[in-house]
Structure formats: C-alpha cells, structure tokens
Write a protein that binds this ligand. Sequence first.
Ligand code: HEC
Length: 197
Amino acid sequence: MINRRYLGGALVTAASVLLIAALGESGAREAGGASAAESVVDGNGNLHVPENYRREYEYLGSWAVAADQGQGSKDVHVVYASPGAAEAYKAGGHFPDGMVLVKEVFQAATAPMTTGTVSHADVLKGWFVMVRDTTGRHAGNRLWGDGWGWSWFDAGNPTKTTSTDYKANCRGCHVPAQAAEWVYVGGYPSLRPEGVR
Ligand code: HEC
C-alpha cells in the first residue's frame, strides 16, 4: 500500500487512520487513488505491476475470448481496480485520479466438467496496467495520454514494460470505449448503479 520504503507497517497504519479521519470518506478515497498510483509509477512515469493486487485490489470482472475453432475460450482476462475506484466511479461517473487498473491475461484451458464444457484461467501471459492521470503529469512520456498511463508486462517481468507508445500499442483498440474514459465498463458489474445487477 502506502510507502513501505519510508515507513514501518505500524506507522503506515497509524498514518492511514489519521489521514482517513482527517479527510473524511471522500478524501480517503482520493488518498487511496493517489497512493495506488504512487505504488506503480516511478518519478519518470515508468509503470510496473502493483504487488499484492490479488489481495489488495477489488475484483471488477472477467472476459472470455472465444477460441478461433472449437468450443470454449482461448484466453481469459481478469480485471482488478485499486481500492475505492469502483465506488468513486459509481458515485461520480468518473474514474478518480491516481487509481490503477490491472488486467491479467491468461491462456485458457478447456475441459468437460460436471457443469458442461468449461474454460478456466490456466497459464498467465502477462498484465495490462492503466493508471489514471487527470492532470497530465507525464505529458512528455509516450506511455501517457488521454487521461491514463498505459503499459503491458510479460508474465516473466512485472517491473519492466515492453510497450513503448500507448498510441501505437493501446489507443486504437480502446477507441470504442472512449466515451467511458477509455474503459470497457460494460464488463464490470461493480461499476453499475446500485440496484442494477
Ligand atoms: C487488440 C485490441 C487491444 C489492445 C492492443 C489493447 N487493448 Fe486493452 N482492452 C481491449 C478490450 C476489447 C478490452 C475489454 C475486453 C477484453 O479484455 O477482451 C480491454 C481491456 C483493458 C483493460 C481492463 C479495463 C478496461 O478497459 O476494460 C486494461 C487495463 C487494458 N485493456 C489496458 C490496455 C493497455 C495498457 C494496452 C496497451 C499496452 C491495451 N489495453 C491494448 C482491447 C485492447
């Protein structure tokens, strides 16, 4: 979470509690967003995959990409958001500055099971990471633009991106989601208004 580098766990916990107490609920949400960005972006705007996101982030949803031939899926994608981001989106209709999205890409395996022909996440191929940036912090960096920092990481190396330019590597494919701040919100039940399942 916040700055393991500078502070011991107990201090961090105490600091978070004080911060949350001082800022109130919406302030705490913003603070959560900012610290999420801080934990995945270095001073030059280089991203890496957040540590412990499976434990600390909120699950948003999954995508199954159909096999080119035959039954089942070839890939399964699993998407997570940093804590508080989904709640902020539902409350305000915008993704908050500093929040982080992680999409895991798995090769799928398909087999007959007692429920039918079933595909599941098998071998991890890598991660897509997006960091929300509403202030243009890294305007000169080609991995940043349109309100996000964008990067891909191969499974073997979560700390160094192999993508070089979001306009070439990401943007074109996300144009259909442009009106929703470039995110495919339709796949994520926890972003839907309360009462809609
Ligand atoms: C081939 C098209 C394609 C490319 C290239 C692509 N994306 Fe996506 N991305 C999608 C689609 C479609 C989805 C949602 C459905 C899915 O996962 O299959 C998605 C979902 C995501 C998500 C989950 C949040 C959301 O928008 O729903 C993240 C994070 C993401 N992409 C990041 C990136 C980044 C970063 C890059 C570039 C390094 C990138 N994508 C390149 C098509 C693409």
